[in-house]
Unconditional design. Structure first.
Length: 183
């Protein structure tokens, strides 16, 4: 197994699933990582058709609100993040993406993922599968942001109550489960 894929396998194997679906996703991801080294997106949007993604969920330590971005291509409110480059560690991807997409330092990022999902994409880049590792970044809600305007229409902090009161179809389909796991 390629060393970079072995590192991802190690991260995934150490995840403790919060529910039955995360357990299924974890088992599926581990099997996939054991069967192939072709896990990094090489050509946009979908080569290979299943590839690694690092999400970064900025969480305000004061009240637990989460920062989500209005993603142009997906048409959803999502955590910032992006595709893991060949041989890049997913935590490094998370730090790079938060710097590129929000203009903030990702040094406070929790270096192990809190959550794992496998999702068929929607929107303009639909037609492939993202195996997503969700990382948490403690970040104060008042932190100045510099958004990547090519990718996002905007960004906003969402309280847990606001997420719960909003149509779940406006978010990543696993956001509610992620928030439940965070507690």
């Amino acid at each position: 197994m390629r060393s970079s894929v072995a590192a991802v396998h190690d991260l995934v194997s150490r995840l403790v699933p919060a529910d039955d679906l995360e357990a299924v996703h974890r088992a599926e991801a581990l099997g996939w990582l054991e069967r192939t080294d072709d896990v990094f997106r090489r050509v946009k949007p979908a080569t290979p058709p299943r590839h690694l993604v690092s999400y970064v969920v900025p969480v305000d330590p004061a009240d637990g609100a989460v920062l989500l971005v209005d993603h142009v291509n997906a048409g959803l409110w999502l955590p910032p993040g992006g595709h893991v480059e060949p041989d890049e560690h997913p935590a490094d991807t998370a730090r790079r993406e938060v710097r590129e997409e929000l203009g903030v330092d990702g040094d406070g990022l929790v270096g192990v993922p809190a959550f794992l999902t496998i999702t068929e994409t929607v929107g303009i880049g639909a037609g492939h599968t993202d195996v997503s590792l969700w990382f948490v970044l403690p970040l104060a809600a008042g932190t100045a942001l510099t958004l990547d305007e090519n990718e996002f229409r905007g960004a906003r902090w969402w309280s847990r109550a606001e997420v719960a009161a909003t149509d779940p179809g406006r978010f990543d389909p696993h956001l509610g489960r992620f928030l439940a796991k965070l507690g």
